[in-house]
Design a protein around this ligand. Structure first.
Ligand code: DGT
Ligand code: CA
Ligand code: CA
Length: 569
């Protein structure tokens, strides 16, 4: 993965933490912290500058020593000093440092006195009342530590968006039946459609009492973490935490803005309001004591002179500036999609026949579908050789589904050297050639990038499937120079795929935005391996919207004729 300034900043932050835990010279600790802040906020991409041999700009507090470390990190993601410090310090101590109120001195005291070696140890010690006895700690601190440690322990696991929705939907329905609850909605990262979700945030507008009762007594609740008259937190049996807040109906819009976030967006929005002499909080927009807006989200944005901003854009990535300038994108919607250019059948590792997939695509509202089974290299998936592919093409010719056009395609493996798994002549018989990496994910950046660039330059290739190849929670993406990939795609007129499988979502949101900025068209593909999987397109749409994509940026919003014209070019 590309090294961003924030990654460099994170390494420096961790070095500062570890040095602090070792009681190093405070000036040295501060130097790393300051460097982290300087770099983390910098818009110029340092790693890119170094790669291109451009000199680093002069940065406050960053001399030759830190400059060399920046070069290390930009190249390798880390620097030897970090490795050395990590070996000298138990990682749990760094985790403990993240708990509000615990500085290096206190963390060392806890480690020395109680012998705690992990966050779990710490939480247990706090729960058992062993911390209050240590000099400098009291009962209140102990309780705060217990809570924060438990939260961090639980925070480690993020849930795929699609998985989180599986828990959210029935819970929302359960709460919607509460007496006096006028509205029950999901907020937080779930509503912003982030690819993964840390916890669920649910907002109730109206009377809180019955909603609270229903919430804490919900069948899937394993533990009630906190409960009050208007707010509560629970942990579900699956491990997912859910926060509930109830507000009066007149505060619904303000509360929804607040709990949808992101935090960065909220902060930027509040700053904008301050500039107009207004105050925004979860209860409304206020001029002095007077509430001037807050019942709807629209009223909140209008109060600061803005049109409503779609939740997917609320990341403080320029959406407030775009809104102010009247240049918010008209984000692509599911109903804009007319076709799907990537799907499998029983000919390789799909679960259904060509005809079944065609009917399912039609039922999902699509007008065209490309059948793109795997190529021979993927033996485990019964990949097609030229002979079987031609037999499949004959079957596709024979299938007729009213209102749906079938396109002939293949998902061809990009071999380790960047050549393709099938001969050009065979590929030449197809409407759509989807090229994909399914092996050698570990190649170093330069070679991996060269490999994919070679495939993109192949005249028969239509698009690059799931470009980085990540699997959320299981496999990081390949180390690819995505900017180079995007520029090559633009130069060759190739499409980049946004694969909508919930554990892929690849292109991710930032790569979608990069594609758009580089003038590359994106295809939102279900990669369906069965008739039910066309519904995955919904998750692809979510990421596309987070990436600022409009219908015109997405090839499969086009009618069949226009799409064919594009493919033939
Ligand atoms: P997640 O749960 O990690 O996937 O991400 P979010 O964005 O759902 O974060 P979460 O659950 O901590 O908080 C939900 C929203 O509530 C967040 O996006 C903004 C708002 N919020 C929560 N705490 C604060 C806070 O201390 N300050 C501000 N400004 N906003 C907050
Ligand atoms: Ca959340
Ligand atoms: Ca939350």
């Amino acid at each position: 993965m590309p090294v961003h300034n924030a990654d460099i900043a994170r390494v420096f932050e961790e070095i500062a933490d570890l040095l602090a835990l070792q009681d190093a010279n405070p000036f040295r600790v501060r130097a790393y912290r300051n460097a982290a802040r300087t770099i983390g906020n910098l818009s110029l991409d340092l790693a890119a500058a170094l790669r291109e041999g451009r000199p680093l700009p002069k940065l406050p507090g960053i001399g030759a020593d830190l400059g060399a470390k920046i070069a290390d990190i930009a190249r390798t993601g880390t620097t030897p000093l970090l490795g050395r410090l990590r070996r000298q310090t138990p990682p749990a101590l760094v985790e403990m440092l993240r708990i509000p109120g615990l500085g290096p001195k206190r963390v060392r005291a806890l480690a020395d006195t109680l012998g705690v070696k992990s966050l779990a140890d710490l939480e247990k010690a706090a729960r058992e009342g062993k911390i209050r006895g240590i000099a400098g700690f009291g009962e209140k601190t102990e309780a705060a530590i217990a809570r924060a440690a438990a939260e961090r322990l639980g925070a480690a696991r993020r849930f795929e968006l699609a998985v989180a929705w599986q828990y959210a939907e029935p819970l929302l329905a359960h709460l919607a039946a509460a007496r006096g609850a006028k509205r029950v909605v999901a907020a937080g990262s779930l509503r912003r459609q982030r690819d993964t979700v840390g916890d669920l945030d649910i907002l109730v507008a109206g009377e809180a009492h019955d909603a609270m009762r229903r919430f804490v007594s919900y069948g899937e609740v394993a533990e009630v973490l906190a409960q009050g008259p208007t707010r509560a937190s629970v942990r579900l049996a699956c491990g997912l935490q859910v926060d509930l807040r109830a507000v009066p109906v007149e505060s619904y819009g303000a509360a929804l803005v607040y709990f949808t976030g992101s935090r960065a967006h909220n902060i930027a929005l509040r700053r904008l309001a301050q500039g107009r002499g207004l105050k925004i909080n979860e209860y409304g927009v206020f001029r002095g004591r007077r509430r001037i807006a807050g019942e709807t989200e629209e009223s909140v944005y209008a109060a600061v002179g803005l049109p409503p901003i779609p939740p997917e854009l609320r990341e403080d990535r320029g959406e407030l500036e775009a809104a102010k300038a009247g240049r918010l994108p008209r984000l692509v919607e599911r109903s804009d999609l007319r076709g799907d250019l990537h799907a499998h059948t029983r000919w390789s590792d799909g679960a259904a026949s060509v005809a079944e997939m065609a009917r399912a695509a039609r039922a999902a509202g699509l007008e065209y579908l490309a059948i793109t089974d795997h190529s021979r290299r993927l033996a485990a998936a019964h990949g097609l050789d030229p002979l079987r592919l031609r037999r499949q093409l004959a079957e596709i010719d024979a299938v007729e589904v009213e209102g749906l056009a079938l396109l002939k395609g293949i998902e061809v493996d990009i071999l380790d050297d960047g050549t393709l798994d099938l001969p050009d002549a065979v590929l030449g018989e197809l409407d759509v050639v989807v090229a994909a990496v399914h092996s050698a994910f570990q190649l170093p950046r330069a070679r991996q990038t060269e490999r994919v660039l070679r495939a993109l330059a192949h005249p028969r290739v239509t698009m690059l499937a799931h470009p980085v190849g990540r699997l959320l929670g299981a496999r990081p993406g390949c180390d690819l120079d995505m900017l180079k990939i995007a520029r090559a795609a633009a130069a060759h007129g190739k499409i980049l795929e946004l694969n909508a499988q919930p554990e892929r979502l690849d292109l991710d949101d930032l790569h979608c935005r990069m594609a758009k900025e580089e003038g590359v068209r994106v295809a939102i593909s279900s990669d369906a391996h069965g008739p039910a999987q066309f519904e995955y397109l919904r998750w692809g749409i979510g990421q596309a919207r987070r990436g600022w994509l409009e219908a015109a940026d997405v090839v499969n919003t086009r009618p069949l004729g226009a799409l064919r014209a594009l493919l033939e070019r």
